[in-house]
Write a protein that binds this ligand. Structure first.
Ligand code: MTE
Length: 316
């Protein structure tokens, strides 16, 4: 049973959607094989670190409670408070969902999302997730390795980068109507092609064994676990292969604070705060749960080689 609550927190009968109806509405997930995610439903809050696909460095890092993962969000299209996305994102229509593919590739055009994911395999991955605002979580995502998604478009030799764009729909996204967001919508992010093809990079479709809630970026969003969270763009409607580094939202908005690379790096501070430590959620005044931040968010072994020879203080 999928239950959606309205702004006042009340649940109306008309808003209780039988799960079967909901699942067929978002049928692509069924096509991907729910079996992959079924195991997740049995997740206890503490998951063995050595489970396949876990990518967790140690067992003393329990999963962040689901209520925090889906209730404490950044999705400025719905407002700047951490509670705004959970409060307002249900206004976003996610079915039908089309994706435009453009740029340096053989196959371009407009595609229904279910056609883009047909035949691809979802995987369960538990990742550390580190926001630039210095809080972090441990999240059980479900998604498709990005490489599988991108290769089907046959990018050509000129494709050096890939740009991702979020839905632009002010009628459903109150933050896009706000005069004070300071953001030139839509939200755009980008990766180098080798970053996009890295096995850790996921196009995420689910979390905690369920379909991705709107506030987390339904129906699909990027997750790049070794980069600050703002790279992980939500609710993607456009994929564009480019020769040049894409112009990205936060880099355009505050270039001194947010670079294109945004690799988690305890040695390069944000101009207004240190990045040496993080608050692992749940965290409170009395129990801050602060811990050292690890280079590349703990994934250095897997990804540091992508940046050999680069000055990471310059390319931050
Ligand atoms: N994507 C869009 N379209 N809009 C946003 O405001 N915020 C980013 C990122 N993706 C954002 C976005 C930031 S700053 C973070 S930390 C993560 O989403 C938060 O993801 P979560 O809410 O699933 O934890």
């Amino acid at each position: 049973m999928l239950i959606r609550s309205n702004d006042t927190g009340e649940i109306r009968g008309s808003e209780i959607t039988p799960e079967a109806v909901y699942r067929s509405r978002r049928g692509f997930v069924r096509d991907l094989g729910l079996a992959a995610g079924a195991g997740l439903l049995a997740f206890a809050p503490r998951l063995p670190a050595n489970m396949p696909g876990s990518n967790l460095p140690s067992e003393d890092e329990p999963l962040t409670p689901e209520s925090i993962v889906t209730g404490y969000n950044n999705f400025y299209e719905f407002g700047t408070d951490k509670e705004d996305p959970a409060r307002y994102a249900h206004n976003m229509t996610i079915d039908p969902w089309t994706v435009e593919v453009a740029g340096q590739a053989k196959k371009t055009g407009r595609f229904a999302l279910e056609d883009l994911v047909r035949g691809l395999t979802e995987e369960d991955r538990v990742y550390r997730f580190r926001c630039v605002e210095a809080w972090s979580m441990i999240v059980p995502w479900r998604g498709i390795p990005m490489r599988q998604v991108l290769e089907q478009f046959e990018p050509n030799g000129n494709a050096k980068y890939v740009e991702f764009t979020t839905l632009l729909r002010p009628s459903e996204m109150r933050g896009q109507r706000s005069l004070f967001s300071g953001i030139d919508w839509p939200y755009v992010e980008g990766l180098r092609m080798d970053e996009a093809y890295h096995p850790l990079t996921l196009m995420v479709t689910g979390v905690y064994g369920k379909e991705l809630p709107n506030q987390n970026g339904a129906p699909w969003r990027l997750i790049v676990p070794w980069k600050y969270g703002f790279k992980s763009v939500k609710s993607i409607v456009r994929i564009r292969f480019t020769r040049r580094e894409p112009k990205t939202t936060w880099n355009l908005t505050a270039p001194k604070e947010y670079g294109f690379y945004a690799n988690v790096n305890p040695e390069v501070d944000h101009p207004r705060w240190s990045q040496a430590t993080e608050r692992r959620l749940p965290s409170s005044f009395l129990k801050p749960n602060r811990r050292p931040t690890l280079p590349f968010n703990g994934y250095a072994e897997q990804v540091a080689g992508l940046y050999t020879g680069m000055d990471l203080a310059r390319y931050f």
